[in-house]
Design a protein around this ligand. Sequence first.
Ligand code: 5GP
Length: 251
Amino acid sequence: MARRTKIYEGKAKILYEGPEPGTIVQYFKDDATAFNAQKKDVIEGKGVLNNRLSEYFMTGLAQIGVPTHFIRRLNMREQLVRACEIVPLEVIVRNFAAGTMSKRLGIEEGTQLPRPIVEYCLKNDELGDPLVTEEHIAAFGWASQQDMDDILSLALRVNDYLSGLMYGVGIKLIDFKIEIGRVYENDYPRLIIADEISPDSCRLWDIATGQKLDKDVFRRDLGSLTDAYSEVARRLGVIPKSQVTKPTLIN
Ligand code: 5GP
């Protein structure tokens, strides 16, 4: 097989040049990192689960008219996506207080917010992805006012879709992070959902028990991350649990 050209390697994914112009192969690694890569581990099966779950969410979004970069899944760990310019912002939507919002504002984790709150962080690992305001974004030209209107609308549509989907399987969507890409169609720019949507980038709590089913299991040492992600996949009917557990030796 011809060697592929690696474009970029991040903490959880590798991007390779795709087979046709304007496409990229996104490979999901098993690596888990937290606290800006200060905590690291390899979690067997995580990449396979996130590939499948991101495919599931992106396909569902496309079906309700939310544009995404996803084209098709290629295999257990790879998917073909549209090449796009990444807007240098992490877009976070919160329904309940948790994580940095709880710390920053002293609100108990799990407190329902009066309405969904959208936050923006600058994508910059060296600075630890700092929270920025729309004033910063406009002044430094990271996105235009039209982009910001479109980003807010996309973020809230993703929130409605994901919240409803999760609620249907007994899971509360506490918050999530998305990334936005820009593509050009007939020379006109258009914003789409890029990167991934998976339990790596969401907070998901079981409605009945409050059990965490997301990357906080790894960040806070709460048990098996693959068990948590498999549970999300199993409830959504994405993957049977037997496909993600380790093979057992038969004597
Ligand atoms: P927080 O700001 O509370 O740390 O995170 C809010 C939400 O965004 C959580 O669901 C968290 O998983 C997600 N998030 C924030 N920053 C990142 C990041 O750099 N990578 C990933 N995968 N998710 C993030």
